[in-house]
Design a protein around this ligand. Structure first.
Ligand SMILES: [Zn+2]
Ligand SMILES: [Zn+2]
Length: 372
């Protein structure tokens, strides 16, 4: 049976179904719709201003790869007048981050955006592999979340960026909304569905109460994960699709399954969950913004005398006291980090002469290579 015709142009055969409405669309119309939807989010939430220097948190995964590509396209088409930079965080997870960084190196060439890399090891003296060895697999996501948030900020500041853009999508947002419901955290519930934080001077805190020094924007916040995968495939974008070696926390895993199951019954469930949280803005209790100062230990922005990252580093020191001598147990301050900020070379060396995103090693874990 021939495929149905595209519901938008009514001339080309449909190549996909939109997840929310299940309407058939052809490849060209899908790409056009996708890009205009992202543009609409950017415009309606005033995410960018001319002259912005935007550091894209680039992990090599599908979300940030699509984000970099689509922002490049839209910036040209709609004259945003912004400068786009790729910023990667090397958590130090062998076999996961090493490989995904190769994809980012490829993106630098393909999208013509300069890439910089900061590593946990550089900033904190610990790689994630070393942290997991010390604390086990129970709390590792807490460490990683706090360190990554601060590392993105510090990297972006070193690049002179005015904003940080991340690839969070609607499915991520729906999970976070439901997690906050199960925690009864109504204050966070109201703002976790927003496409930006910090744009109007409000310093939104992350899951562990840490703060960001630069505004965060999430242009894919109204975009379904399924659409992102499709957009990447239709544009033959190279990305790295292996899950983090240290799987997500148990609670998020359950919520993720729940969202996927309910989406099978209702195509628009994801966006409904996100929309509900947005509407709840009006009933959320007024919270007082945390008073910001400088961390006593590292001098970085903090809402408490000692920042969350330094707190966690102290915990690591308690677990492995002998290690203090061999590694910096306080994070580098920004001038020290600036001196160590030539990690870009490190990635290029690691990438070696890999010709494909997966390294061309034969055991390809890259979804694009597998399916193309
Ligand atoms: Zn069409
Ligand atoms: Zn600190």
């Amino acid at each position: 049976m021939a495929p149905p015709l595209c519901s938008a142009c009514a001339s080309a055969p449909a190549a996909a179904l939109r997840p929310a409405t299940r309407t058939p669309v052809c490849r060209a119309c899908f790409i056009a719709q996708f890009e205009e939807e992202v543009h609409a989010t950017i415009v309606s939430a005033s995410l960018f201003a001319p002259g912005d220097r935007v550091a894209i948190g680039a992990s090599g995964g599908k979300d940030s790869t699509v984000l970099a590509y689509v922002l490049g396209e839209l910036n040209k088409r709609h004259n945003y007048g912004i400068e786009l930079l790729l910023l990667s965080i090397d958590e130090g997870i062998a076999g996961y981050r090493d490989d995904s960084l190769m994809t980012v190196v490829q993106n630098e060439t393909d999208y013509n955006m300069p890439l910089s890399v900061v590593s946990y090891k550089q900033l904190y003296g610990w790689s994630m592999d070393e942290i997991v060895k010390a604390v086990g697999l129970r709390n590792n996501c807490t460490f990683c979340g706090v360190f990554r948030r601060q590392a993105l900020d510090r990297g972006a500041e070193l690049l002179g960026a005015t904003k940080v853009a991340t690839g969070h999508n609607a499915d991520d947002a729906a999970e976070t909304v439901l997690l906050n419901v199960t925690r009864g955290d109504t204050a966070r519930l109201a703002r976790c569905a927003s496409a930006s934080t910090g744009l109007s001077g409000d310093r939104a805190a992350g899951d562990e109460g840490e703060v960001s020094s630069l505004p965060r924007v999430k242009p894919l916040m109204r975009t379904y994960e399924k659409d992102i995968v499709l957009y990447a495939r239709f544009n033959r974008l190279k990305y790295f699709s292996t899950e983090c070696t240290y799987a997500p926390g148990a609670a998020r895993g359950h919520v993720r399954d729940f969202v996927k199951n309910i989406e099978r019954l209702r195509g628009d469930a994801v966006m409904s969950v996100v929309g509900s949280a947005e509407d709840m803005h009006v009933v959320a209790p007024k919270t007082t913004a945390p008073k910001l100062g400088k961390c006593r230990v590292c001098g970085y922005l903090a809402s408490r005398p000692v920042c969350k990252a330094c707190d966690l580093l102290r915990e690591l020191d308690r677990k492995l006291p002998g290690r203090r001598a061999e590694s910096a147990s306080a994070p580098l301050n920004n001038s020290e980090a600036a001196a160590a900020f030539d990690a870009r070379k490190l990635v290029v060396e690691r990438a070696g002469n890999a010709s494909t995103a997966c390294g061309g090693g034969g055991v390809c874990t890259n979804e694009v290579c597998n399916k193309a």
